[in-house]
Design a protein around this ligand. Sequence first.
Ligand SMILES: Nc1nc2c(ncn2[C@@H]2O[C@H](COP(=O)(O)OP(=O)(O)OP(=O)(O)O)[C@@H](O)[C@H]2O)c(=O)[nH]1
Ligand SMILES: [Mg+2]
Length: 204
Amino acid sequence: MAIINQATRELQVKIVYYGPAMGGKTTNLVQVHDHVQTAAGNKGKLVSLATNSDRTLFFDFLPLEAPAIKGYRVKFQLYTVPGQVIYNTTRQLVLRGVDGIVFVADSQYEKMAENVESFVNLEENLKTLKLSLDDIPYVLQYNKRDLPNAAPIEYMEFLLNNRDVLVPSFPAVANRCEGVFETLNMITRMLLSKFVKSDVPQYA
Ligand SMILES: Nc1nc2c(ncn2[C@@H]2O[C@H](COP(=O)(O)OP(=O)(O)OP(=O)(O)O)[C@@H](O)[C@H]2O)c(=O)[nH]1
Ligand SMILES: [Mg+2]
C-alpha cells in the first residue's frame, strides 16, 4: 500500500505507466502535465530522465497533488518505464514500490504481439518483486485509436483483459489528450478507495 506518513499526514501513491515501446506512455504524462487543473503551486514538473528523441531510456516522472482525503495531503507520483525490450532492469527498478499500474497498449494490429509480450513481462517483473496483478489495482488503455490499422476493442479485450477479474479499460488518442484523464481518474479512484476503506485514522 502507498506510503502513509502519519507525522506529516501525507499519502504518497506511486502509479507506473507500463507497456510496449512507442505505445504512448510518455505522451500520457506530457498531456497530464500540460492539461492538469490544480490549484496554483501544486503542479509538479515533468522530469524526463535520459531520453533519446522519442524513446525513454530510463523513466519519466510527474508529481501531482490531489485534494486532501481523511485529513491527509495526497501526492501522486506518475512514472513511465522504457518500453524497449532491452531495458528490463530499469523496468524492474521503476516498478519498486508501485501502488497502481496503467498498461498502455498500442492499438495497431501489428503491435498485438508486443502488447502481449509486454503484459507478460509486467507479470514476470512483478513476480520478482513478490507482487502480482491480483493485489495491485490496474487499468488498461487502448491507445492510438486514431490510426487506420487499429484492432477492434473486443479483440484487445480478448488478448489483454482476460484475467479472472476484468479491469476498466479505455480507448485513447493520447497525443490529442483523448482518454488520458479518463484513464488517470479511474486508477486514482481505485487507489484512493483502497485508502478510504483502510483503517488509518481520520483527521479533521
Ligand atoms: N497517432 C498517434 N500517435 C501517438 C498516440 N499516442 C502517442 N503517439 C505518438 O507515438 C510516439 C511514441 O509515443 P511515446 O509516448 O514516446 O511512447 P512510449 O510508450 O513512451 O515509448 P518508450 O518510451 O519507447 O517506451 C510519439 O511520436 C507520440 O507522439 C496516439 O494516440 N496516436
Ligand atoms: Mg517513453
